[in-house]
Design a protein. Sequence first.
Length: 389
Amino acid sequence: MKTYLASFLLSLCLILPQGLLAQTQKEFEKLQTQVDQLSLKLEKPASTTVGGYAELHYNAPQEVTTQFDFHRFVLILKKEINSWIRFNAELELEHALVNNGQGELEIEQAGLTFTINNKLEAKAGVLLLPVGLINVRHEPNTFYGVDRPDVNKYVIPTTLIAEGAGLSLNIGDSWNLQGYLVAGLDAAGFSGGNALRKGRQQAYKSDAESIAQTGRLQYNAPGATFGFSFYQGDAKTVKVAAAASQAGVSLDAVPFGLYTADLDIQQGNFTLRSEIAQGVIGNSAALNQIYGQNVGASFSGYYVEPSYKFWFAGDQAIGTFARFEDVNPQKSMESGSSNGAYNFTNNRVGVNYWPHPDIAIKWDMGSKKTKAVNALAQKDMNLGVGWSF
């Protein structure tokens, strides 16, 4: 009996450790599988997110045709490629179609962002340049008025994009510094009425004989943002050089510079937003000999926009605003005199209603007056709806 008991106990002592070891091995393998799955999940690209924004306008200017316009439809694609690389793109269709020179279909941005650490990012691709308040953040539910300020059309040619690469650095808790090397502008498109606007190359086989520079320094405080930005380079493209040679005009370069300062102060229900921009175009007299576009040697503009907004019924809101603009796409001439018909003031008041933070229903009216001698103010009224999704 004792022999059998001893044998049983010995067998138990041999079997139990093996069983425990096997069980432990199974638990270890299960844990390892979970770790591997988690690792794959972290490395596996996240699903692509699709968003965008759109704007429908009803414009009723005095003595000009009243019209509806589906002004913009934009698709935004985002993808987290891995834990430190992400892709972002915008595809924009303007005025609902592209036909016989009407409407536009274009890439508004398409680039990669590399998060180097919690302070530093690198970007490359087709970039929205960090010039002014609205160029980077221009969704229709984020600004007052049916249309963007005229400063952001005739002086800062929003949206201003270019191919290139650069860095964004957070300094402390309040400062952000950005700097990029990008494609420049094409001086063949400069004009007296639009300054730099039609010189944008829009990422289409952009002339890269001269690389431009752009950057922004921004200070963020509770309830306030202050920014300074620039975009400068040489707009003498191969096409412009050929046109100069054909016209017999000596043209070494067409240096351009666009410099802006902006503020956005929010205190309670009250907001004050303002932008000021100043630009210069070198050798504009020679450029006008070639193209006859009445290009100014300098251009400028500013606006001041106070507003008051209050919330009700959850996340609904109503805001009222007034905007005072002074826009001079042809502020001064290198030779000859400025044409006052290009320069104007625009005073505007209006109301935004947000039934949801991503949707804005807008009304505004204004009075626009050029600086030509004996010019009369032209009044207009606009309705619009804009939404992000």
